[in-house]
Design a protein around this ligand. Sequence first.
Ligand SMILES: Nc1ncnc2c1ncn2[C@@H]1O[C@H](COP(=O)(O)OP(=O)(O)OP(=O)(O)O)[C@@H](O)[C@H]1O
Length: 249
Amino acid sequence: MTDAVLATKGISKSFGALQASLDISIDLRPGEIHALIGPNGAGKSTLIQQIAGGMKPDAGQIFLNGQDITALGTAARAKRGLARTFQISALAMEDTVLQNAVLGALGAQGRPFQVFGTALGKADLRATAEQALDRVGLMDHAKTRTSELSHGQRRQLEVAVALTLNPKAFVMDEPMAGLGTRGSKRLTGFLDSLREQAPILLVEHDMDAVFTLADRISVLVYGQIIATGTVDDIRANADVRRAYLGDDT
Ligand SMILES: Nc1ncnc2c1ncn2[C@@H]1O[C@H](COP(=O)(O)OP(=O)(O)OP(=O)(O)O)[C@@H](O)[C@H]1O
């Protein structure tokens, strides 16, 4: 598996006659943002779910830091440092920003059911949570109720919660969805800086964000990776232009 942080090897998954993933091998290297793009229904979510542990592949393996994690469930993968963000939001909207981050830190320690009042008092948990909030620029909003945050700030808070797990790799599912132009630009800048922390496998429809952020792009069409390469490689690839980007790009 060379030095890949996260890798799939020959992942396949079908739903009846529909082949949603076909022999997919991709990897995520230290410090990179690897974007996964493809038309609607190409199989991006299916692949991400198999990587995160919510869906079992019919065949193939998934490796985190060279270790085979295929048999592990979502929680076990998360504990090992696979941080999936931006699926249906797991934030507690009525709690404060700090409380959400502390809850994340609690989960990271395997104590998710500890009484909340006690948890906030625990200096180590609070320190972990505050450090994560500081990293994403939300410390000024620590006491703000989460429901009062903008969409973009909620995305940042989700990253902060993920950071309390000390992630080895991020898997991000459409972080730009629902954000306006300004919000997308801001989040793009933030994700750009986050790759130093841990590499990011990024599923995203916003091509401006993808072309700005991605070190490499893989293109998925009908369950198969048809190309992997740099932004320039992908822009110039005739198959990709035909299948996905349109010939006018
Ligand atoms: N649980 C399921 N049962 C049956 N078919 C499914 C299931 N999940 C996904 N599919 C089908 O698998 C194919 C791939 O779907 P998937 O959601 O992975 O695509 P996607 O690339 O994420 O699409 P989008 O960009 O619209 O989110 C689609 O044809 C979809 O209808």
